[in-house]
Ligand binder design. Sequence first.
Ligand code: ATP
Ligand code: MG
Length: 324
Amino acid sequence: MVRQIEQMKQVASEQNTGATGLMVNAEGLTKRYGKQIAVNEVSFQVRRGEIFGLLGPNGAGKTTTLEMLEGIRRPDAGQATVAGLDVRRQRRAMQQRIGVQLQATTLFPELTARETITLFGALFPRALATSDLLREVALEEKARSYPQDLSGGQRQRLALALALVNDPELVFLDEPTTGLDPQSRRMLWDTVLRLRERGKTIILTTHFMDEAQMLCDRIAIMDHGQIIAEDTPSGLIASLGASATIECQLTPEAPLHTLRALPGATEARHGLERTLIYTSDVEQTLVALLKTANANGSTLDHIQIHTPTLEDVFLKLTGRALRE
Ligand SMILES: Nc1ncnc2c1ncn2[C@@H]1O[C@H](COP(=O)(O)OP(=O)(O)OP(=O)(O)O)[C@@H](O)[C@H]1O
Ligand SMILES: [Mg+2]
């Protein structure tokens, strides 16, 4: 009997999120502000229980994409379902099932942390206990504090508690750690990972590649309103086809075709003050690079070798650094 009920629950939940267990299905989402296209035919899917990251530079269209899924902004074209519900036609029902932490949350100056959470909870038919939420975001000791007496990290954690107040299946976090000190960042990461352990789905945006690499099961890299790559962090890095990046300053600069022709080299780029050579064989490439520099009378400075990161992926895809 218990098993039958469990099975029925399972079926009901699968009907709501689609039989495929998809939490988000976005197809061709587009948003224009005047003549400018902020989000240009963006399509992606997020599975239940995943931490999905939108990574991209300022103005890439991350916030606008989230806002269309949250039912805050109406897409000009395209469609999306969240928890199996159409974000336009079933907006109200959908919003009961999600939690949203905006890029900047305005808190009421005259309400304590505890009062703020309780007030937000009253907006939903069903809310978690305020004390549980304070514990979840490690703010128990600050329950009686007013926003102006909280640190940036604590305010950010209070904003997260507000996003969790209706015990959502899906939580949107827009740059949850921007401006935070390393310790507060860690605490936020821990909370996000705990949420996933409890079966929640999380979609977050970030500029920080280390954060995306550490937290996300899958990442979509956005630039100029479009998704330019989407995969697991290791899949994205593997797509570079390189086991290492050689970073150096070559004066005068060598032409890229010469660098790309070095044995072992898979790709080369000139950055602002440095040249990057991706290689599948560091030793071979480095030896050849030194020989080439020597033969051309170039000087080679600031040589660094590192394992490729998402920053390298972005640089390879766009020719620009992620954070400029
Ligand atoms: N309300 C608005 N009116 C006009 N243009 C807007 C508006 N909101 C965003 N934009 C523009 O749309 C583009 C995408 O903005 P969006 O906020 O989605 O980017 P983002 O990736 O979240 O950037 P950031 O990393 O800085 O938060 C930007 O060029 C921005 O200037
Ligand atoms: Mg943004």
